[in-house]
Design a protein around this ligand. Structure first.
Ligand code: S3P
Length: 425
């Protein structure tokens, strides 16, 4: 897809539902008694993979108007699927479902696309096996496909070496089926949507600092869930509004959970003009509208405890840094290497091809901003966030850019290009 530079972006955008929260709503709705009603569900390919997996385990999930209805069968209501479960491109589906399957009376194989089959699953195999789970990597490489023979689990305290909400959530979900209180301590607090939603469904979950604990065998009750807009999707419009001159964008209904809002902190630190409007709470999650205006950005340092709160936004932050004056250092972010692509490689390669002064490091990158960027052929590497970050980069470059495999945005944001184009009219 060709993206041309623009002179200005103006208008209002209502971004789609949060991907992390949409996945969890389907999972917990399936394990609850009664019908869970989800509004503003993200109908991106990743969340549809989660729906598909639970349907294959006997859960009725239907769309009526603008709602998704999940007819839950209780904690022990899943049945073994007749075929392989396919998580597609979704790490969240693969890792969270593994926790549920390991504790359920289920025999199955769980796999996904070529990217999923190279992403590390050792990080969930280790704690799940400590809990006594019968889970193995079919090809013996600690990646999917995974073969799972579920049964009751032992409670553990797991000290996770990585700050990963997928690992934490996997262990907490497995803890639903354990013989005592299960807890997870992570090096830095990662997104806490699982803890909040589990509590909302009636599970006994406590959070103290970087440790979350769960009591087993709760009776989960169906809920009405309104999914807030995804700050990871808002990030593209935040960046676009700041970078493109003469712009003013109102981004409505953005989830601003403090475990997710690092992009706002970084944008403000870079000199961004962002105003939070109408703060409110939606389904237990903080939400607001964001007014973003063109700004002169300068470099910053992105590191430490901030990293888990903006891990998915780093491709967009790197592009902002290339348009900023001065140097931006991104470090402590080695996790970027095990996302849908190695995002240190995919970001720095594409930025360099547009003429940016960028150096990849072991755990991040260094960007000397302020050089004019030129049009290039952008390799999305079939990574939705690379396609979107560089579609935004293209808006202020000299000459047009071609985004290869541009439709990969459907993983998390169907309608992304249309929403962007609406702001140029
Ligand atoms: C997610 C957690 C993060 C994030 C991913 C979604 C989740 O992954 O990058 O897009 O929904 O729990 P990690 O747990 O691997 O950091």
């Amino acid at each position: 897809m060709q993206i041309q530079p623009v002179n200005s972006l103006r208008g209002t955008v209502r971004i789609p539902g949060d991907k992390s929260i949409s996945h969890r709503a389907i999972m917990l709705g399936s394990l609850a008694h009664g019908t869970t009603e989800i509004t503003n569900f993200l109908e991106g390919a990743d969340c549809l993979s989660t729906i598909d997996c639970f349907r294959k385990m006997g859960i009725g999930i239907e769309r009526t108007g603008d709602h998704i209805l999940v007819h839950g069968k209780g904690l022990h209501g899943l049945s073994s699927p007749a075929c392989v479960l396919d998580a597609g491109n979704s790490g969240t589906t693969t890792r969270l479902i593994s926790g549920i399957l390991s504790g359920s009376d289920i025999d199955c194989t769980l796999t996904g696309d070529a990217s999923i089959q190279t992403r590390p699953m050792g990080r969930i195999l280790t704690p799940l096996r400590q809990m006594g789970a019968d889970i193995s990597s079919v090809n013996g490489n600690n990646c999917a496909p995974l073969s799972i023979h579920g049964h009751r689990l032992h409670a553990i305290h797991y000290n996770s070496p990585v700050a990963s909400a997928q690992v934490k959530s996997c262990v907490l979900l497995a803890g639903l089926f354990a013989d005592g209180v299960t807890s997870v301590t992570e090096p830095v607090l990662s997104r806490n949507h699982s803890e909040l939603m589990l509590r909302g469904f009636g599970a006994h979950v406590t959070s103290e600092g970087v440790t979350a604990s769960i009591e087993p065998e709760p009776t989960l009750q169906a809920q009405k869930i309104q999914v807030p807009g995804d700050i990871s999707s808002a990030a593209y419009f935040i960046a676009a509004g700041l970078i493109v001159p003469d712009s003013e964008i109102l981004i409505e209904n953005v989830g601003v959970n403090p475990t997710r809002d690092g992009i706002l902190k970084v944008a403000l630190a870079m000199g961004g003009d962002i105003t939070k409007l109408n703060p409110r709470t939606v389904s237990g999650e903080p939400v607001c509208d964001l007014l973003v205006r063109s700004s002169t950005l300068h470099g910053t340092v992105v590191d430490g405890d901030l990293i888990p709160t903006l891990i998915d936004e780093i491709p967009m932050i790197a592009v902002m840094a290339a348009y900023a004056t001065g140097t931006t250092v991104i470090r402590d972010a080695a996790e970027l290497k095990v996302k849908e692509t190695d995002r240190i490689m995919s970001v720095t390669t594409n930025l360099a091809s547009m003429g940016a002064d960028v150096t990849a490091t072991d755990d991040g990158m260094v960007i000397h901003g302020g050089r004019p960027l030129h049009g290039a052929s952008i390799n999305s590497y079939l990574d939705h966030r690379i396609a979107m970050a560089f579609a935004v980069a293209a808006l202020s470059s000299e000459g047009s850019n071609n985004i290869q495999d541009a439709e990969i945005v459907n993983i998390s944001y169907p309608g992304f290009y249309e929403d962007l184009a609406d702001l140029t009219r």
